[in-house]
Write a protein that binds this ligand. Structure first.
Ligand code: ZN
Length: 455
């Protein structure tokens, strides 16, 4: 697998040599000033003016120059580096951002923003990533600190193909297709909830809001041949100490939803021996807890499509499902055939359930399954959640026979299957151990619906 993120060491070399050149320049200027003063004995010795050094050097990326600006003013020191190209439009965008950051910093450092604590340091640096289409992604990190608060970091990204002068947006990568964006967002959310680095820093109930599938939430990104990386603001859905989180989406996971030029040759092995167990109509204080115990025995993760009314009635059970790390799904409030409802009722059924799940478990429902699988465009338009059906119907609600559930599973399960069961029937809890034992012996691993690559 070829990674296009350049080796860090090259970048550090460039940064060091640039820093050395800049410091040499400062030294020369200081010496020059000093000798100038001594040659004119009558002039009073003035306090040395702070020096601002600007220089520009070719980078190891063809067509890109690195501009460095440094100030040794003790009241407002800064070190800024940013990319420039041969294209005015790109240069202007980057410089506009830099100038604004600098102006805000200098006026704050000079105490002109009375209501705020002056910023005492500003540092802007960047990382370059490249895609084989020739497009560079520049990831600028702006770090500033005040006397009271430690480093605050902001990420801004800029894109250019130095051969064509064209920029790039996330919208262009997914072909300006809102449905495709939703699919990518599904992966983004899944990555956020499963990122061990974010585990203790995450504010789960805010993830949904700040990752809504709106173009404006996906402006800050970088693209390599294998990855699409999104940057979010600090304080959006993580604790302040986390800094701005970045979310890496492997392109292989979204190949079907991005434009051909950006697809990876390496197709993600789709659902290779993965299966998603789903349990509908719960939670139930007896049956759900038995099911949780059996899942734990096999280290299996599943998805529970819950009814809002039952979550309200059995909040502890819903909480236990969430705490065990299973995925929470919305299955409406009280199981009506949704297409028959008017808009207002629909919203109550769907939104009301998502709110109840969030309120009770502290975690959002991340998938939606309409009762009876009955859905139309109007129903779909009332939720941002992906609508999830199934391909293995155990009919457990009908026959109440553990052996028949196993027979159905043996007969119809394939890699990537979604198996439908109900955690309100004792017979389902009784049959689950044998089902898991069988699937495990066949080499299947048990994942949540969102962890399947296509559904
Ligand atoms: Zn149901």
């Amino acid at each position: 697998m070829k990674r296009n993120r350049r080796k860090r060491s090259i970048w550090i070399d460039i940064a060091f040599s640039t820093a050395i050149m800049s410091m040499t320049a400062i030294a020369l200027l200081v010496i020059f000033n000093f000798s100038d003063d001594s040659s004119n004995a009558s002039s009073e010795v003035e306090p040395a003016e702070p020096e601002i050094v600007v220089n520009s050097a070719d980078s190891s990326f063809p067509g890109i120059k690195i501009v460095t600006e440094m100030s040794n003013d003790p009241k407002a020191p800064f070190a800024i580096q940013y990319p420039q190209s041969e294209y005015e439009e790109f240069n202007h965008l980057v410089k506009e951002y830099i100038e604004e950051a600098k102006e805000a910093y200098l006026s704050s450092a000079a105490g002109k923003q009375n209501n705020k604590t002056p910023v005492k340091e500003l540092n802007i640096s960047f990382e370059t990533m490249q895609h084989s289409t020739g497009t560079y992604s520049f990831v600028l990190s702006k770090m500033s600190s005040t006397k009271e608060a430690d480093r605050q970091t902001e990420i801004r990204t800029f894109h250019i193909n130095p051969e064509t002068g064209e920029g790039l947006t996330a919208a262009e990568i997914v072909g300006n297709n809102a449905e495709h964006l939703k699919r990518v967002v599904k992966v983004v959310r899944d990555r956020i909830f499963h990122d061990p680095k974010l585990k203790d820093l995450l504010l789960p109930d805010r993830v949904q809001e700040f990752t809504e599938p709106l173009w404006r939430n996906y402006r800050q990104f970088a693209l390599t041949d294998n990855e699409l990386i999104f940057y979010f603001e600090a304080d959006q859905f993580t604790k302040a100490t986390a800094g701005p989180p970045s979310v890496v989406v492997p392109l292989a996971k979204v190949n079907s939803y991005i434009e051909e030029a950006y697809r990876t040759a390496e197709e993600d092995q789709p659902n290779d021996k993965k299966v998603a167990l789903t349990f509908d109509d719960g939670p139930d204080p007896d049956v759900t807890s038995q099911i949780l115990a059996t899942l734990e025995k096999y280290d299996a993760k599943a998805t529970f499509f819950m009814l809002g009314s039952r979550v309200e009635y059995y909040p502890e059970m819903a909480m236990e499902v969430a705490k065990a790390g299973h995925e929470l799904g919305n299955h409406s409030w009280n199981h009506p055939a949704l297409p028959k409802l008017d808009d207002e009722m629909l919203i109550e059924e769907i939104q009301g359930t998502s709110e109840m799940i969030q309120q009770v478990t502290g975690q959002p429902a991340t998938v939606f399954r309409p009762p009876y699988g009955a859905v139309d465009d109007r129903v779909r338009s009332k939720t941002n959640l992906p609508v999830v059906m199934w391909d293995v119907d155990t009919l457990d609600w009908k026959h109440h026979n553990p052996n028949e559930i196993l027979a159905k599973v043996k007969h119809t399960t394939r890699p990537g299957s979604i198996i439908l069961m109900h955690d309100i029937h004792q017979s389902t809890a009784d049959g689950l151990d044998a089902i898991l034992a069988y699937l495990q012996s066949e080499g299947y691993s048990f994942v949540t619906v969102s962890e399947l690559d296509h559904y």
